[in-house]
Each structure stands twice: as structure tokens, then as C-alpha cells.
Design a protein around this ligand. Sequence first.
Ligand SMILES: *[C@@H]1O[C@H](CO)[C@@H](O)[C@H](O)[C@H]1NC(C)=O
Ligand SMILES: *[C@@H]1O[C@H](CO)[C@@H](O)[C@H](O)[C@H]1NC(C)=O
Ligand SMILES: *[C@@H]1O[C@H](CO)[C@@H](O)[C@H](O)[C@H]1NC(C)=O
Length: 286
Amino acid sequence: MYKFNPIITAACLAGLVAAATPVWETLPATPTLPGNPAGSKTEINGVQIWHAEFGTASADTVPVLFLHGGFGNADYWGDVIATISKTRQVIAMDNRGHGRSTMDSTPFTYELYASDAAGLLESLGIAKAAWVGWSDMGAGTLAALMSSDNSTLIDRAFVYGGFHSFSSTNSSFESTAIYTEFTTRAIAEYQTLQPDGDLTAFATAVSTLEATLPIWEEADFKKVTLGSKVTICGGQYEEAVVLYEPTLLNGWIAGSQLVMMTNVSHFAPVQDPVQFAEKVEAFLKA
Ligand SMILES: *[C@@H]1O[C@H](CO)[C@@H](O)[C@H](O)[C@H]1NC(C)=O
Ligand SMILES: *[C@@H]1O[C@H](CO)[C@@H](O)[C@H](O)[C@H]1NC(C)=O
Ligand SMILES: *[C@@H]1O[C@H](CO)[C@@H](O)[C@H](O)[C@H]1NC(C)=O
């Protein structure tokens, strides 16, 4: 006779749920940075920029600078940094206004984000780093590559989920479940990391940026001169940025490399940190 087995039933149900929701439609829990460091704040361009350092500096390799996306914070890199920091010095920062970093009334631009990242490296006495930028800081990294001042601090650059224009946003993104989940989570994380922050001012600054900038065209990318040291990376199931964007950027940046990740969306660093770290390792060795 059939006998109900709660353990097997629960396992089967978990399997069904896992099968029903592919990883690229999930937003795994935000990791913590290795060792959950207190980090420190440095005044850069009139605001307090938070950063933390991992791994050990070496004379043979450049440090790796991890730059998170809009409404996020450095913690999203936790699992990727756990791997990369085994062999490299790693720096993670919170963008102005985001996470533990402060903001002022200056409107956000991708050039200002780039200048903040370059300013942090300069303040740390780091001449050049490998920049890994995701989403808004994919665009921020592109801004740094185009800047005659800031590009001197870039040894090589890895751009994930980056874009040349605000109009590269996928028009269906805001109606996806993951968008709602990320937005809700980002608000809660902001309030935890920055209990005295002005959520309305912050959200307005980021939303205005994302709705109006960047407005780069093909000709602007002629200023990028690092060639094969630039990797443009995209996710197979990217839902925030139009799917053709990585190919377009790769075509516009002379000599750049195009790398795709399988079974991930815009949120690859938390969906598949193992694959993400593998791609970053390959980029660092190339
Ligand atoms: C980054 O670029 C901005 C704009 O050109 C410049 O004001 C700033 O000094 C640069 N920072 C560094 C560290 O190169
Ligand atoms: C927008 O994202 C959806 C998945 O959410 C995808 O099916 C569609 O092809 C994307 N559109 C473009 C233009 O990339
Ligand atoms: C991608 O996900 C599908 C469905 O979950 C799975 O069958 C496939 O093996 C995965 N592919 C890779 C390369 O991980």
C-alpha cells in the first residue's frame, strides 16, 4: 500500500521547484564580502567613498577593482571576490550614494562614477588596476576607458551587463519578477547599510541617471585604446539590457574580446559566481 513519506515528498517538491525556476530567473541571497570587513571611507570628489581590500598585493600582478551596479553595493561581489582574492589583491568599493558611501547634491554621471573609482585607486597609491564593472559600473568602466585622465589607472577592463545608452534598457525589464525582487531587496539593504541616508534623494539620483545617460555613440568608443585588454561580457538570458548590446560594444571597441556566460541573466555575479570568477580569471591571464 502507498505510504506517505514526508521526506521523499519534500525532496521531490524541492526538485520540482528548482526545475520550474531556472537559475537565470532567480535572485540568490546577497552574499557577504569575505571576512565581512568594516572597510574604510576616503574623501573622493567631495563624498565619502567606502572600500575594503582582500588578498595580498604582489609585484607581479595588478590589483583587481570590483565595481557594482545601480542600487546595489559591494556585497553582491562576495562570492566572486572569495575566489579571485585567493590569488590577487582585490579592492571593492561602494559607488557614491550606494551602500556605505555618501552622496551630495551633484547629479550622478558615469564620468563622475569613473572619476570616483580612479580617485580611490590614486588615494591608495595604486598606479593601475584591472577594473571589473557590472551594469551601471559597466558603463562607468566604459566612461573611465574613454577618459584620457582616468584610463591611465586601467591595466585592463572587464565589462559585464554594460551599455552605451540609456535606451539600451530592455523595455520589458521593469515587468520582470526579478526586477521587483531586486528593487525591494535594494531598498532594504540601503536602509541597513545607510540608516541615516536619504532614500528618496538616492533613488531619484540613480533613476535620473539611468533614464537619461549615457548617450555615447560609436565615435566615442574610438577613444578606447586598450584593445584586447578590454573584455565585453554578456549573459545568455540578460533581461535588463537588450541582448544585442555586447556584440554592439565589442564591434565598437577595436580589438576587444567578446565573452558570453551561459544560463545567467543580468544578475550573474550572484546567480553563478563560479562561472563569473572563471571568466574573470581568464580575462586576468589573457
Ligand atoms: C578622472 O577624470 C576626471 C575628469 O577628467 C578628473 O577630474 C580626475 O582628476 C581624474 N582622476 C584621476 C585619478 O585620474
Ligand atoms: C528583453 O528581455 C526578454 C526576457 O526578459 C527577452 O525575451 C527579449 O528578447 C529581450 N529583448 C531584447 C530586445 O533584447
Ligand atoms: C543550463 O540550464 C539548463 C536547465 O536548467 C540545463 O539543462 C543545462 O545543462 C545548463 N547548461 C549549462 C551549460 O550549465
